[in-house]
Ligand binder design. Structure first.
Ligand code: URA
Length: 287
């Protein structure tokens, strides 16, 4: 018997289904047609002196042959080294002067490998004139289908949380630390967030929110460069600034809705964060 989610091969799963199953499991890179047992095939590199003293030489004739990797016919634009891709993103961000230009540049950007497995670029939702900008982690499955941030289960919770303090998508602006869904809904890697960071920084600089809300650990560590847990960081007002901004903006850190879905006991603390957001935004209108 087969199920839609089981990795059963052969006549029960055609190659398209198999590929889809690989992608949903996070396998996003086709490397070689034949797998290589590197443990048996190669000698581990060691410093020259230590190797001579401690390790008997492995003779080429004794070592099993290492299958040659087929040469890539042409370098893919999606295989930039992260630092080159980050540099490319920074150069693009430096030339941009409007949100429309930024969105077009993000859609055209090929430097981040997760674009390859995603169906859509997920740029933003909500009102770019709003006082409050929320940055989440990364698009999930539903966002990848619709191209809209926070439109799946965690987005529904986010909408309920916003409604509890009188906000909705006409009064907030929403984006993420990366613009494409990481395969298998995994977290974006530090390399992926680093590549997108100049574009995210430019995004914040163009929107100039009065309050930046960082939702979850990935947004917080990427933008505030603080690696403490949300439990330790929440409840305070931070100043956020990047190289594209003249002035810092206040920032609040809170739990990610998908964490709250998994850990409902933290909703009590999230409610305090929401009240802090509400009081801060009300103070802007009174000023
Ligand atoms: N989680 C996020 O962080 N962002 C989304 O857009 C959806 C789910």
């Amino acid at each position: 018997m087969t199920s839609k989610h089981s990795p059963t091969f052969g006549p029960y799963m055609d190659s398209k289904q198999l590929l889809e199953w690989y992608i949903s499991a996070g396998v996003d890179e086709a490397v070689d047609e034949v797998s290589v047992d590197y443990f048996n095939a190669v000698e581990l590199p060691a410093p020259e002196e230590k190797r001579k003293a401690d390790i008997p030489a492995v003779h080429a004739a004794e070592a099993p042959p290492v299958p040659a990797r087929p040469a890539a016919s042409s370098p893919s634009p999606l295989h930039h080294t992260p630092s080159a891709a980050t540099q490319q993103a920074r150069e693009i961000a430096q030339t941009i002067t409007s949100l429309a230009e930024l969105e077009a540049a993000v859609r055209a950007f090929d430097g981040c490998a997760i674009k390859k497995t995603a169906s859509k670029t997920v740029f933003s939702d909500g009102n770019p004139e709003a006082s409050c900008m929320i940055i989440g982690e990364a698009p999930g499955a539903q966002e990848d289908v619709q191209g809209i941030p926070f439109c799946g289960p965690s987005g529904q919770l986010l909408d309920r949380m916003l409604a509890a303090i009188g906000l909705d998508r006409t009064s907030v602006y929403i984006s993420n630390t990366v613009f494409w869904r990481p395969p298998g809904n995994r977290q974006p890697t530090p390399e992926e967030t680093a590549i997108c960071l100049p574009l995210v920084e430019k995004h914040i600089a163009l929107v100039k929110p009065k309050l930046l809300v960082l939702s979850g650990g990935v947004a917080t560590s990427t933008l505030l460069k603080k690696d403490l847990s949300i439990s330790r960081l929440r409840g305070k007002l931070y100043e956020y600034k990047n190289d594209f901004m003249d002035q810092p903006v206040p920032a609040i850190v809170t739990f990610h809705p998908s964490y709250l879905l998994r850990t409902p006991s933290q909703k009590r603390l999230a409610w305090n964060d929401l009240l802090m957001i509400k009081i801060f935004l009300q103070s802007l209108f009174r000023a």
